[in-house]
Design a protein around this ligand. Structure first.
Ligand code: BG6
Length: 532
């Protein structure tokens, strides 16, 4: 059996004897690569302080992720968790609520003995994010907890709070003397900021300016959980640890790329946020451009955070800015109307709780991007994302150019399907290489077949990977300020053009693949969206 351990720098992965994590189905062998520099678990004592610790993100993602890290022995032994929030709770009641979240949302069942130990390390401090005096209460409690667990005063502040509180919390932490200047890997204060960073370029810059008055960039971890997904992380390994893909990964061989992030769920209970965000800010500005930059990046000069983030930034800066005509012709927005998703009736977006009856918020986006660099000149990248699609599925499809129209591809009425590499981000994580093969038999008949790779066991949740990296101090998978700004620069003109347009976003029925305009945009290029 093999155990997967991440090395000190991203991509320096090693497989060691131990446990089963990610193995291929349909392959004959799994090869262990022992990387000499693989670093063991970061057993660095620290307190993890969750601002908004009693919110949905903590319940559904953060607490289950911390539990799973503990289960894998990846949470430092001296690592208390302190929730700071406004609710009327105390340690005991918060622990019960935390356990409930773990029972409901953890990918693995609760081990009572482990919970007994972990639960005792969880504490609750009641406080308002905007009240300076409440930070004194937080400091007093942290001093107590730091002594008890011998954390050496190392703190990770996780801001699981609306963006409007970020600047304030950073300033108050500073005033309360709770931020230490950067001092190596052993003595640290770090802050984790959830997306979206701001509302547009100007507001993102304002937030970053204010936060950087108190934290150095090396202390700031801007989280985009898509970048922590196993399959997204594997993209770099796929590209740069295999000889067969990279030579083909250029405009010479690639016809176009499709990136789909589809959700079957609607807006749910998050309308108060989503009404002001919409799919472009919520998904494209962060997750989708982040994944796109890994698909298209040049090989970084090393697997260190700086080199990887430089290469990704180059992609964002090479995406051709959207002019008015591009926005008109090659961006599509949509909003879901009533429909059926997996056989169940789903309401229209405008009928959802807390949504304005005349809302113009888009729940679907499709667009075509060009990356104006040597590698990708002339290769369109099509992206689409939406809520209330027929199913939850995220996939990257690299379409290769067709073989010449000779030999097996000579018949103009029966052209061969192009080769394709599809990478399933979720669910059913894995990848497939689609090739043409002969149907067995006396006649020569051709068919498209897929060579498939599936992960055989559950992969870690993105938040597990990312929280572990914050403890380790590895910023590779986190968004750097310049990348966030480059993304906003790309989407801001689209946001402005849509806001100015007198037209409402076209409707699509819940349970469909978006408005007809998305299909027409592809058809105008002589292509079609992949049927998923
Ligand atoms: C979040 C968005 O960042 O990502 C949500 O705010 C979206 O609107 C979610 O539903 C999707 O994440 P995942 O991991 O479920 O695909």
């Amino acid at each position: 059996m093999l155990k997967y351990r991440r090395g000190p720098h991203r991509g320096r992965a090693a497989l060691t004897q131990g446990e089963h994590h990610a193995m291929a189905v349909g392959t004959h062998e799994t090869v262990a690569i022992n990387h000499p520099t693989a670093k063991p678990t970061a057993n660095i004592p620290c307190s993890i302080v969750i601002f908004g610790g009693a919110g949905a993100l903590s319940h559904r993602k953060l607490l289950p992720a911390l539990y799973n890290l503990a289960l894998d022995g990846e949470l430092p032994e001296h690592c208390p968790i302190v929730a700071f929030s406004m609710e009327e709770l105390d340690d005991e009641r918060y622990r019960a609520w935390a356990r409930d979240g773990i029972e409901k949302f953890s990918r693995r069942a609760v081990d009572p003995a482990l919970w007994e130990k972990l639960g005792q390390r969880i504490h609750f401090v009641r406080g308002r994010f905007t009240e300076r005096a409440d930070y004194d209460g937080l400091r007093a409690r942290l001093e107590e907890v730091d002594r008890k667990y011998a954390t050496g005063g190392n703190h990770i502040y996780y801001f699981a709070i609306p963006p409007s509180f970020i600047e304030n919390c950073a300033a108050m932490l500073h005033e309360a003397g709770l931020i230490r200047p950067p001092d190596g890997d052993q003595h640290f204060t770090r802050v984790v900021i959830e997306k979206p960073i701001g509302y547009d370029l100007a507001s993102a810059m304002a937030i970053d300016d204010r936060v950087s008055m108190h934290f150095d960039e090396s202390q700031i971890f801007r989280i985009d959980h898509y970048l922590g997904k196993e399959t997204v992380e594997n993209l770099m390994v796929l590209r740069f640890a295999n000889a067969i893909f990279e030579p083909l990964w250029t405009s010479r061989f690639v016809d176009h790329v499709q990136l789909t992030v589809a959700e079957d769920e609607g807006v749910g209970t998050r309308a108060s946020y989503y009404e002001h965000a919409g799919a472009l800010r919520d998904m494209v500005q962060s997750h989708i451009l982040g994944v796109l930059s890994i698909i298209a990046m040049e090989p970084p000069r090393s697997t260190r955070a700086r080199a990887v983030r430089d290469s990704k930034l180059d992609v964002l800066r090479s995406i051709r800015p959207f002019g008015d005509e591009d926005i008109e012709k090659f961006t599509v927005r949509g909003q879901y109307g009533a429909g059926l998703v997996a056989g169940a009736a789903a309401p229209a977006y405008r009928d959802e709780e807390n949504v304005a009856p005349d809302s113009r918020t888009e729940t679907f986006v499709a667009m075509r991007c060009w990356i104006d660099n040597w590698r990708w000149a002339g290769v369109p990248f099509y992206i689409r994302t939406g809520k209330r699609m027929p199913k939850r599925t995220s996939e990257i499809a690299i379409y290769f150019k067709s073989v010449p129209r000779i030999l097996y591809n000579a018949n103009p009425r029966a052209q061969l399907a192009p080769n394709m590499l599809t990478i399933r981000i979720q669910p059913d994580e894995g990848l497939s290489v689609h090739i043409i093969s002969k149907v067995p038999g006396a006649q020569v008949r051709l068919q498209q077949v897929a060579v498939d790779f599936h992960y055989a066991s559950t992969t870690p949740e993105a938040y597990e990977t990312l929280l572990r990296d914050v403890i380790l101090g590895d910023q590779t998978l986190f968004m750097r300020r310049d990348a966030v700004e480059a993304s906003w620069s790309l989407v801001d003109p689209i946001i402005a053009a849509w806001a100015e347009s007198p037209a409402d976003p076209p409707l699509y029925a819940a349970g469909s693949w978006g408005p007809i305009e998305a299909a027409l945009m592809m058809a105008a290029d002589g292509r079609a969206w992949r049927a998923l």
